[in-house]
Design a protein around this ligand. Structure first.
Ligand code: ZN
Length: 448
């Protein structure tokens, strides 16, 4: 009954949300060629709209001598790459002429790159994105009306639902219980566990570090009454160690989701937990070399995204600052959506050595998190030849651990100066995300 009521509410309150969810669900099973054809049509429509209605792209087409009516998906590579900075500095030139003020919803992103960025999107985009998020949940085993839990680390995410109507929608429509995994005390977490035990969430969503923290907490307290059928880890890199901790506790698949404020979900693992399926119904993803040419499948590069939905402020060839690679193989699940083999984190999280090798934050163990005496660590790259490593030590920390850690770093990176700083705690970034690595040097300006 409750399930039926929730489904009805969803349909009545947001008809396009429901329709979008249905079409995304149907489209995923089209074969790769049919899906690619549909995708090309949408990309062509996006580019034509941009050159017709958006001053920046109108000027671009005029400069190139491109006939707007003849622009197609095949012209994409000729379009300029854009970034947060240029879209901020020249915002007016990226806004479509035909968008009414009522269509313009605003969003903003700040976060790890340090560049504040306000941008616009329309109501259709909002609905399609929400449908995309629900669609991704279905891969973890969630169905409309199912209860769900989330474990975030960001005060803003927790406080976002502040109106009575929002809380009611959350409780009934999405049936979500939310925990802020930072700044919490024993009574808060015990209350949360009690609520989850009663609610029996079908899936749990959260930051990788928050989920791992929560899983460890439950394990330490012998609490094993929460049995989701799937977990979605998002917003942070899901390294194998964290995935193991989470899977050991909950004994269900842990799916990695990759997204951003600008685009919501970009790609997500299906239940087979292999590559991340790109949400290609509403996004086009390229992976590019530092010189701007396309990487081959299996070759690491920067992820660049074109939004196929947002007509108000089209994002065309937007540099995400994230590193990843396309997969050569299709996923055995049979979905026609293309695959990213991996997303290795932000450019600002990639550590590079003077020896030219580079490492993503997916490998805490490789960096020495398994060395005795280290209960938590963070690697900060100040320059190509110097690192600071912050350590929260345990009782086993000593001279031998110090020496092992320095040797480990030099073995990986070459001749690098290592400064070790012992501390009581490593707080999360203002966004609430815990960052294992922080790099202050762009990998695109480094030797390779
Ligand atoms: Zn799959």
């Amino acid at each position: 009954m409750r399930r039926h009521l929730s489904a009805t509410l969803l349909r009545l309150s947001k008809p396009s949300l429901w329709e979008n969810l249905r079409s995304l669900s149907a489209e995923q099973w089209l074969d790769r060629r049919a899906l690619a054809r549909l995708h090309d049509l949408r990309l062509t429509a996006t580019l034509r709209h941009a050159v017709a209605e958006v001053p920046r792209y109108r000027d671009f087409a005029a400069g190139k001598g491109l006939d707007p009516a003849a622009v197609s998906h095949e012209h994409l590579a000729e379009f300029p790459l854009v970034g947060k900075q240029s879209m901020t500095d020249e915002q007016a030139s990226f806004l479509a002429d035909d968008a009414g003020a009522d269509d313009r919803l605003t969003a903003e992103t700040g976060g790890s790159s340090g560049v504040w960025f306000g941008f616009f999107f329309d109501k259709r985009t909002k609905e399609v994105r929400r449908a995309g998020d629900l669609f991704g949940r279905t891969w973890a085993g969630w169905r409309v009306g199912d209860p769900m839990a989330s474990v975030w680390g960001h005060r803003g995410d927790v406080a976002a639902v502040s109106t009575a109507r929002g809380r009611a929608a959350n409780a009934l429509l999405h049936r979500t219980v939310t925990l802020n995994a930072y700044n919490m005390d024993e009574p808060t977490i015990r209350d949360y566990i009690g609520r989850l035990t009663r609610l029996r969430p079908r899936i749990i969503l959260g930051y990788a570090s928050s989920l791992a923290f929560f899983a460890e907490y439950l394990d330490r307290h012998g609490a094993h009454a929460i049995h989701p059928v799937g977990i979605i880890s998002s917003a942070e890199t899901l390294d194998p160690d964290r995935r193991d901790v989470i899977m050991r506790q909950f004994r269900c698949p842990v799916l990695n989701r990759y997204g951003s404020r600008e685009f919501a979900t970009i790609a997500q693992q299906c239940e087979l937990m292999g590559g991340l399926h790109i949400f290609s119904s509403r996004l086009h993803v390229e992976v590019l070399r530092p010189d701007g040419t396309a990487c081959l499948p299996g070759e690491r590069g920067e992820i660049v995204v074109t939004d196929l939905i947002n007509d108000v402020m089209p994002f065309i060839r937007y540099r995400t600052g994230d590193i990843g690679m396309l997969a050569a193989e299709a996923c055995p699940c049979g979905r026609g959506l293309p695959l990213l083999a991996s997303v290795e984190g932000r450019v600002s999280e990639i550590i590079v050595g003077p020896n030219g090798k580079y490492y993503s934050c997916q490998s805490p163990r490789l960096f020495g998190s398994d060395i005795p005496g280290i209960s938590q660590m963070q690697v900060i790259q100040d320059s190509i030849a110097s690192l600071e490593i912050r350590i929260v030590p345990s009782a086993a920390w000593g001279e031998a651990s110090h020496r092992l850690l320095v040797e480990r770093m030099r073995g990986l990176l070459g001749d690098v100066a290592v400064r070790i700083v012992l501390t009581d705690a490593i707080p999360p970034a203002p966004s609430g995300k815990y960052r294992f690595t922080i790099s202050k040097v762009s990998p695109f300006e480094r030797p390779s």
